[in-house]
Design a protein around this ligand. Structure first.
Ligand code: GLC
Length: 451
């Protein structure tokens, strides 16, 4: 089944891998109450510095992180190099506000890149366009000093030209000093968010055109997200966040390459007291729903200020690992199917293998519209046991006629008891000759093929 969506060749790994780990880790891990705490609590940079002075993640072991990501079935990872707070995870030559000047003293990012690359994971850098620490970043509607009585006065001496040079210089460092980077994730533009009549920040503030040009020059194979406020076509992939698209996202009528980013519990940075952790059922369905609409899932972990994943995050990652170990074939290299699934189910597809994800377990049989005669073999993915295809036999004790089954529907016989996995999946091998038949149909409908 060809889809009218053609990703660039350099995105082949991205489409294949489907599932990645997002890592939000910075000084906000010490506050442990959302990575936006500086904004939410209007903390000025001088006060926020207490986190810088106490940053010492003594348990940080990026090899263990990489191993955990792999065990969870993740195949790439994106880490915050700098978040909105402005703190840099690497030994940048352009600022003192960096990890090597904290009590920890080592280049966290360098260690991370080495470990994740060694584990065979693709490497992505998140870089915040926003910077609440840099003295030239003008105070705007999101800035922690937005309500400061002298904010407008302070802006007079702030110079976005200087900040822009800093931003471009830092991105150059990131894309020069760490070898091949597979993906860059800029965050974010907000032109509509006005402040005292002035517009919010947009592509002119970042000089996005030239920034993107430099990125492509330094790393020609890299994939770039869509938050630079550039016209359609500039970005490689789109980034819906914290909601579940129910169909393949489009832009100007075209399907786009997309990656959904989600959290385990609501915030991105480590949040000690957050109680809204998603259930195993929600976690697995989120991944299936995403791939069923042709997208990737980037699932976030917010490590603690010790440099470790907390128990709840580790447990959530294990949920993915356990399910993907058996059902990976229904996720990696899969995309949206052109077949319509029955109610309470989703389809993903990889070539002639169609995967039926059963969200709501039915009684004894399930009917698949449009698939009669098209399936060569069917099996569960959890134990590779055969699923028999059957003519439906609805016999009633009173001898009424069985309701007729719609023509073209395939019926599968299921066990009464749902297999003991989060979401059971049936692998349907489509008959090879289905493709030939489709070819013939096309010829019949469209007249003679070209000579
Ligand atoms: C939002 C938030 C940010 C987070 C990002 C991840 O833009 O500003 O905290 O890093 O989403 O998608």
């Amino acid at each position: 089944m060809t889809l009218p969506f053609e990703p660039p060749a350099r995105a082949a790994w991205f489409i294949r891998d489907r599932f990645g780990m997002f890592i939000h880790w910075g000084l906000y891990a010490l506050g442990a109450r959302h990575e936006w705490l500086m904004n939410r609590e209007e903390i000025d940079p001088a006060t926020y510095r207490k986190y810088f002075e106490h940053y010492d993640p003594d348990l940080y072991d990026p090899r263990e992180w990489a191993e955990t990501a792999r065990r969870a079935g993740m195949r790439y990872a994106v880490i915050t190099t700098k978040h909105h707070e402005g703190f840099c995870n690497w030994d940048s030559q352009l600022t003192d506000y960096k990890v090597t000047n904290t009590p920890y003293g080592k280049d966290v990012l360098q260690e991370w890149v080495t470990a994740f690359r060694e584990a065979g994971l693709k490497i992505g850098f998140y870089y915040s366009l926003i910077d609440w620490h840099h003295p030239d970043f003008t105070i705007d509607v999101l800035h922690p000093l937005r309500n400061h009585p002298d904010a407008l006065e302070m802006n007079k001496s702030r110079d976005m030209n200087r900040y822009r040079a800093y931003l471009h210089g830092q991105v150059r460092e990131l894309l020069t000093n760490f070898g091949k980077i597979d993906l860059i994730w800029f965050d974010f533009s907000y032109p509509q968010r006005t402040y005292h009549g002035a517009p919010g920040k947009d592509h002119t503030d970042w000089d996005s055109e030239n920034l993107l040009k430099m990125v492509r020059e330094l790393q020609p194979e890299i994939l770039v997200n869509n938050r630079l406020d550039l016209p359609f076509g500039a970005a490689d992939f789109y980034t819906p966040e914290q909601y579940q698209p129910e169909s393949w996202p489009t832009n100007q009528g075209q399907r786009v390459m997309w990656e959904l980013c989600q959290t385990f519990s609501g915030s991105w940075g480590y949040y000690r007291d957050e109680q809204t952790w998603k259930s195993p059922d929600q976690l697995i369905k989120m991944l299936i729903n995403t791939v069923a609409c042709g997208g990737n899932l980037l699932m976030n972990v917010g490590p603690t200020a010790h440099g470790a994943f907390d128990k709840r995050a580790t447990a959530a990652l294990e949920v993915y690992g356990e399910w993907l170990k058996l059902h990976g074939r229904a996720i990696y290299n899969c995309t949206q199917s052109e077949f319509t699934p029955p109610p309470g189910c989703r389809y993903t597809q990889n070539g002639n293998r169609l995967y039926l994800h059963i969200f709501s377990w039915p009684f004894q049989e399930i009917s698949l519209p449009g698939l009669a005669g098209k399936v060569e073999y069917a099996q569960f993915l959890n134990d590779a046991s055969e699923i028999r295809m059957a003519a439906p036999h609805h016999i009633t004790m009173a001898g009424e006629e069985a309701p007729s089954v719609e023509a073209g529907t395939l019926t599968l016989t299921l066990p009464v008891v749902k297999p003991d996995v989060q979401v059971p999946v049936i692998e349907l091998f489509l008959k090879a000759h289905e493709q030939d038949t489709a070819q013939i149909d096309r010829i019949l409908f469209m007249g003679q093929p070209d000579q």
